[in-house]
Design a protein around this ligand. Structure first.
Ligand code: FES
Length: 315
């Protein structure tokens, strides 16, 4: 279910990044959310994109998001930058959280670029709760660092480090050498950045299950959702849906008349997830954890495929 919202503020806060503040048109306020949550923003009737919510301490009074203009993206961010203005109405979906904070003695928060949006939400929350953490924020340049003023004027500025590529300030992996058993690491940013941080953390002795991440780009290999042809078998009816090499499983299901809820269509949001009854999926999403991928109990038909000739799924 969506809620109609008014854009009450739009401001450029860094190179190619705008900050939007949304207010519930009904005047009731939005649903509250936990740090790490995101919403579906219906930019127009055909364009839905996911954006992390920034203001976790606001209790849903407003929703704040920041959006990077992606010149080589699918066009949604360009529409936001070029067409949406204060006073315009948009629809928003309820908050969902695939990147929640977990209780621990110490948290390390790391953001790459626009990945700061869920991370600042976590930092504000942890600070408010009096829970210890450090924040590392890496961007191309100081001008590209969205929300920098907000962080520098926060009470956790002394526990924050900025790294600007153009000043040869690179994240130092020794910052991950922390001798606290009950610690957790949260990283958000481009896929390559996340892989670098995950690798560095594992080399510094972090157990995999204590490394949490959210990517704004689909996993490598999931660029089109295309690949080898396979057959989807619908559990219960036995109906067979042939997925051609040049179409996604989602497209094949829709071609046969099945309606599958979907949103991002790139393996990020988890909206399209189907239960797998038999067969082994070839996961190309950035949604499931490593453990969930190994379990092979669910898959995302918008971008994932099959390692076996067929997959039996429940609709
Ligand atoms: S539609 Fe978002 S993961 Fe498939």
């Amino acid at each position: 279910m969506t809620t109609e919202a008014t854009i009450i503020k739009k401001e450029t806060i860094a190179d190619n990044i705008v900050h939007l503040v949304l207010e519930d048109c009904r005047g009731k306020g939005f649903a509250p959310f936990e740090p790490g949550a995101h919403i579906d923003l219906h930019i127009d009737d055909k364009t839905i994109r996911q954006y992390s919510l920034i203001n976790s301490l606001d209790g849903g009074h407003t929703y704040e998001i920041a959006i990077l203009r992606e010149a080589n993206g699918r066009g949604g961010s360009i529409k936001v930058h070029d067409t949406l203005q204060p006073g315009d109405k948009v629809k928003v979906g309820p908050p969902r959280n695939a990147f929640p904070l977990q209780r621990s003695d110490f948290s390390v928060l790391i953001a790459g670029g626009i990945g700061i949006t869920p991370i600042i939400s976590m930092a504000d929350y942890l600070e408010h709760q009096g829970q210890p953490f450090t924040l590392h924020y890496c961007t191309r340049s100081a001008k590209a660092a969205a929300l920098r003023d907000r962080i520098e004027s926060s009470t956790y500025a002394d526990r924050t480090r900025f790294y600007f590529d153009d000043q040869a300030m690179r994240f130092d992996p020794t910052a991950l050498e922390i001798d606290i058993p009950d610690k957790r690491l949260y990283v958000c940013g481009p896929q390559g950045f996340i892989e670098f941080i995950k690798r560095s953390a594992e080399e510094a002795g972090w157990p995999k299950e204590r490394i949490h991440y959210e990517s704004f780009q689909k996993a490598e290999g999931g660029k089109t959702g295309h690949g080898k042809a396979f057959t989807l078998i619908i559990d219960g009816t036995g109906d067979q849906v042939e997925v051609a090499a040049d179409e996604t499983a989602l497209e094949a299901l829709e071609r046969k008349g099945y309606e599958i809820p979907c949103s991002c269509e790139q393996g990020i949001c988890g909206t399209c997830i189907l239960d797998v009854i038999a067969g082994i999926p070839d996961h190309h999403d950035a949604f499931f954890t490593d453990k969930e991928r190994l379990e092979n109990l669910r898959f995302t038909p918008c971008c994932s495929r099959a390692l076996t000739p067929s997959l039996t799924v429940k609709l």
